[in-house]
Design a protein. Structure first.
Length: 173
């Protein structure tokens, strides 16, 4: 089932953090390199992640967290926000480590695109690391095309040559 969350109070934070568990663990080295206790570092990363959602992300125009839930478990998630009318930015596509290789990421991307179609024509932009072949394949399977050898993060207004810029375009019926 596709869930669209537009209010931080509606986020099941534990289920969401389970989706991002691997990334949160990996991010401990970046954000808290001096923290010897990995569990404490993960808790700090999670707290920072949730603080960002509550105090920054959900204040953006048409900000939404999209979650694919199966049997009460969040299996895949991503977030979108509107940059300008008809232009959305997608980030943080992730699938729970124990739910990967089952097509859930592509299912989520396709469901989000279908939901956005209800409002008419749009472009949905995303960035994918050039080293992340699985994510690139998932995006392309869902109708995204590589449009740039350099990704552009619309929220931070930064280009990154380590990413591809991808786009999904819907021109209407």
């Amino acid at each position: 089932m596709l869930i669209k969350i537009i209010d931080y109070q509606k986020v099941d934070t534990r289920k969401l953090m389970d989706v991002y568990s691997e990334s949160n663990y990996e991010n401990t080295d970046y954000f808290f390199p001096d923290e010897a206790d990995k569990e404490a570092a993960v808790q700090k990363v999670e707290a920072g992640f949730l603080d960002f959602l509550k105090n920054d992300f959900f204040k953006k125009a048409e900000a939404a967290y999209w979650v694919l839930e199966i049997d009460g478990i969040y299996v895949s998630a991503l977030r979108t926000c509107m940059i300008q009318k008809g232009l959305y930015y997608l980030e943080a596509l992730e699938t729970r480590p124990d739910c990967r290789r089952k097509g859930y990421g592509a299912m989520l991307l396709s469901s989000v695109a279908d939901s956005l179609k209800e409002n008419g024509p749009f472009r949905l932009c995303s960035c994918v690391s050039k080293k992340n072949a699985a994510s690139l394949k998932t995006h392309e399977k869902s109708g995204f095309q590589v449009v740039s050898e350099e990704g552009y993060d619309y929220l931070n207004e930064e280009a990154d040559n380590h990413d591809f810029g991808l786009e999904y375009c819907y021109h209407g019926v």
